[in-house]
Design a protein around this ligand. Structure first.
Ligand code: ITT
Length: 211
């Protein structure tokens, strides 16, 4: 059984739509999201923490919106921007900064960990940061945690930010337009066919049966 780690019911619907419904259990576990300029180290740390918590195969999903005219902001701070400003304001800010179509990418990083040794992805967690955290006593068991191999799968979709349209999906879906249609105007199957999460899931689903 695969534990898909998220507090977000919208993500679960999409993953169940893509993978075999019965093969995925939602693990509603709020792992500590470290501050980092990219999604990978956040997902890797989350997968290790969730595996240590559950002791079963783990898939963590970390996503972010990277606006070209804002130099990739909000990126790893996308959930915070939604909470603080709301999606319409983020979309407006992006269009003001772009002075035209606000081009952006949505990225999704899936991180898989099952405690076994397999050919893991290169570790994106900065060794210097980790050693400093361990030395400062902030991450007492950093050593044991960091030994766990984690495999990463990335998906990216490009689009632009617009006024909200549609009522499907979640998060930024109403303001993220891909080829003339917002994600909130697509159902989960259509969104999966083009989305950042769908593309990451495609890579995962190709690899997973070999586990
Ligand atoms: O961390 P978990 O518990 O999975 O839930 P979350 O919603 O906080 O998940 P993320 O940190 O990955 O999400 C970052 C932000 O991006 C948004 N988001 C992620 N995937 C999205 C998608 O497919 N469509 C629209 N918004 C999305 C989400 O609503 C957050 O505001």
């Amino acid at each position: 059984m695969l534990n898909y780690v998220t507090t977000n019911a919208g993500k679960v619907r999409e993953v169940r739509e893509y993978l075999d419904d019965g093969a995925v259990t939602q693990l509603d576990f709020d792992y500590a999201e470290i501050q980092a300029p990219t999604l990978e180290p956040i997902a890797v740390r989350g997968a290790r923490e969730a595996y240590r918590h559950a002791g079963e195969p783990i898939l963590v999903d970390d996503a972010g919106l990277f606006v070209d005219a804002l130099d990739g902001f909000p990126g790893p701070y996308t959930a915070y921007a939604e909470e603080k400003l709301g999606i319409e304001r983020v979309s407006r800010l992006a269009r003001e900064a772009a002075e035209g179509p606000a081009r952006a990418a949505f990225r999704c990083v899936l991180a898989y960990c099952d405690g076994d040794d397999f050919e893991a992805s290169p570790d994106p967690v900065d060794r210097g940061d980790r050693a400093a955290a361990a030395a400062a006593g902030e991450d007492a068991d950093a050593g044991a945690e960091d030994d766990l191999p984690v495999k990463l799968f990335e998906g990216v979709v490009r689009g632009r930010l617009v006024d909200p349209r549609g009522d499907e999906g979640f998060g930024y879906d109403p303001v993220f337009e891909h080829e003339g249609t917002t994600f909130a105007e697509m159902g989960p199957a259509k969104k999966n066919a083009v989305s950042h999460r769908g593309r990451a899931l495609e890579k995962f689903a190709e690899w997973y049966p070999s586990r």
